[in-house]
Design a protein around this ligand. Sequence first.
Ligand code: ASP
Length: 327
Amino acid sequence: MTLPLCVLIATGGTIAMKVDPMHKAPLPALSGQDLLASVPGLSDIARLEVIDLCNKPSDHMGPDDWATLSSVVDAALAREDVAGVIVSHGTDTLEEAAWFLDLTLATDKPVVLVGAQRNASSPDFDGPRNLRDAARVCLAPDAHGRGVMVGMNNQVHAAREVTKTHTSDVEAFKSGDFGLLASVDEDRVVFSRSPLRRQHVLLRGGTLPLVEIVAMYGGASGALLRATVAQGARGIVVQALGFGNVNVAVFEAIEWAIGQGVAVVVSTRVPNGRVLPVYGFVGGGSTLKAAGAVFADNLSPQKARILLMLALQDHLDAASLQALFDR
Ligand code: ASP
């Protein structure tokens, strides 16, 4: 019997790093084929075809890389003989790549992003088991139509909710209030929920509009926000506080930015819950809303930025942007 075919797209990250003897620090070292060779028993599960897209830390990845990755994944999935795609990736921006792909790919086939917290020189390198799990998730009967997934440490997360929560632990990825999509057990992959808040945004090609994230914190002056406008940003995501609140100086900077035609989206540094225009003090959510800011719902600042960047490919007003964030 011919085993199903999965495509592994290798992009780099700790999963592809080894400790370099000269630098005495982890550096990119392994190709996609090397990665596959590190996984015992993989050839009993699936046939794997490798695309070496790049080999860099995910800290060096950005919108152009995500757009290229999206088109490469799309082309692989368009092949009838391909059951699913695995993307090996650094963990630092894994959630951003996953969300970008989830928004831009229109497919029911499984796409699983995978990384490692320990590099390949470490005695407890977690790359091989994560890769093996990713292949099992790709081929799991219930994996269709779940959007782009992140598979780490026997757990499967949905792109919208997942975030890196630990610098070193092998169980670094969590989905907050929403929990796991599935667990990769000894006998089978058990799905327990479906991501309901998915949407598709067309990737139009060309450079994506500049969108920056600016943090609010006690005593923030608003100077960074104003500098971001001066730098030519089309959109700004404010990492606000609590329900979506800022102080007077940042509020005034936001009002000014909106007056300059810049789209301002309010997110929060609080890991769980939605932002809402609740408070009426100057800088409170309801005053930001009245000034024309858009609310990011429960998207983290880094994920709100990606949706805003994609949305600003078209010239949308605040109401249409809000409708996208409310979906
Ligand atoms: N700095 C690494 C990266 O994101 C961390 C990792 O892969 O775990 O590429």
